[in-house]
Design a protein around this ligand. Sequence first.
Ligand SMILES: [Zn+2]
Length: 151
Amino acid sequence: MHEYSLAHALLQGLLDHLEAEPVQGTITQVQVRKGELVILSEEALCEAWRILVEGTPLAGSELSLERVPSRLSCASCGYDGPARYIGEESGWHMAIPVLACPRCGARVEVLAGKELAIVGLTLEMQDAPPSGAGPRAAPEPPADKPEAEAH
Ligand SMILES: [Zn+2]
């Protein structure tokens, strides 16, 4: 139920945000940045989301996860790079990140990889104008500028 509570926290945060700053259109996809060091089942998270959004303005939306690689910084030896994982080579179902310096074993500062946050929304407009009618749909090259030649 770990994923369920994470999905709930994400949803609650987004609903609060939407209440303060409503958006136009229907939200079809919610982009989430997931750090490599956040241990969870992506499948379970997406499944929990689908269940939780029922009956909210986000009903029918899907989560889209973007994985953020880990980055550690070691004050002892200056290492700056990804975390090492236990179980990577042994073919475990889920590798476990080690939060110690891969080079000297000292405690490290985590610079990236622990985040789990909503970073964007995909909206579907209900009253989308027919294609080609938008103000920017003018692919013709700009007309000659006689002004430029006059100078
Ligand atoms: Zn180190």
